[in-house]
Write a protein that binds this ligand. Structure first.
Ligand code: IPD
Ligand code: CA
Ligand code: CA
Length: 271
């Protein structure tokens, strides 16, 4: 039987190595998507192609949901329905500008449940990995694997919170308004530029929590498992599961406080 995590780690490493080798001094956008600021580079596509090729070679019957190529394939076998969730570069704007927070994100789902997740934050030389029920680890070349644990018992007033902004001006206007209510209540805010990397930062205790309206399944599927396996909670507002409307992730206690702060602000709207 395939070890999904080992396979995903190998593929995420190969895609990351390709991106570092081929990244020009200033990658250019080849297309815009939902708005002028939502860009795709040739290497987003090349990374997804490489990942799709490797998954198909190893597991020809599996479904693949990728940000750039949509959903393809998918057979149900004795193992169930296996689906790979791929963001070939999460943090494309950072990738273009040469900022270090961009990642290859790959999750593997069996019958709708994420069982393995890998976030390869390539410029940092950090690969975050988790297996459902098996904990989360940080892997770095030449160093022993480091088990990940999120911060515990952090009150909202002392919490360092990561967030992000969408690409639509009307969404950003509301996100900015919500932020004016959040910022005075917390230690500080970070906007790293990669949802997958932000969730790994929760797992590693580099931030205490994260919330964002808008990220898609390929943004948070792998990082979400990594954060949960490191002891964090992830969900939407008012008891809903995490979803593109709103994703909140934090250590228990802070998770509820953050939800209680956000929910009355009606943050799941666009101007
Ligand atoms: C984006 C990043 C960013 C988040 C956006 C995402 P992309 O993904 O994760 O941090 O704020 O919501 O769309 O476009 O770089 O793959
Ligand atoms: Ca993304
Ligand atoms: Ca992307």
């Amino acid at each position: 039987m395939t070890d999904f995590l080992d396979l995903a780690v190998g593929i995420a490493r190969e895609a990351g190595d390709m991106l570092i080798a081929k990244r020009p001094a200033r990658p250019e956008a080849v297309e815009t998507k939902s708005s002028m600021t939502d860009v795709v580079t040739a290497l987003d596509r090349a990374s997804e192609e490489l990942i799709r090729d490797r998954v198909r070679a190893a597991r020809p019957g599996d479904a693949i949901l990728g940000e750039e190529g949509g959903e393809t394939g998918g057979e149900v076998t004795g193992e169930g329905r296996v689906r790979w969730i791929v963001d070939p570069i999460d943090g494309t704007v950072n990738f273009m500008y040469g900022l270090p927070d961009w990642a290859v994100s790959i999750a593997v789902e069996v019958d709708g449940e994420v069982v393995a997740g890998v976030v390869n934050v390539v410029p940092r030389g950090e690969l975050f990995a988790a297996r459902k029920g098996g904990g989360a680890e940080l892997l770095r070349a030449g160093l022993p694997a480091m088990p990940l644990r999120c911060n515990e018992a952090v009150p909202l007033s002392q919490a360092l919170i990561a967030t992000g902004f969408g690409y639509q001006p009307g969404r950003r206007a509301v996100q900015a308004e919500v932020l004016t209510h959040v910022l005075p209540k917390v230690r500080d805010i970070r906007r790293g530029g990669s949802c997958a990397s932000d969730l790994c930062s929760v797992a590693a205790g580099r931030v205490d929590g994260y919330y964002e309206r808008g990220p898609q399944y390929w943004d948070f599927a792998a990082g979400g498992l990594i954060a949960v396996e490191a002891g964090a909670m992830i969900g939407g507002l008012r008891g809903r599961p995490y979803n593109p409307g709103m994703t909140v992730c934090a250590t228990p206690g802070l998770f509820e406080e953050l939800q209680d702060l956000l929910a009355p602000l009606d943050p799941e709207r666009d101007a």
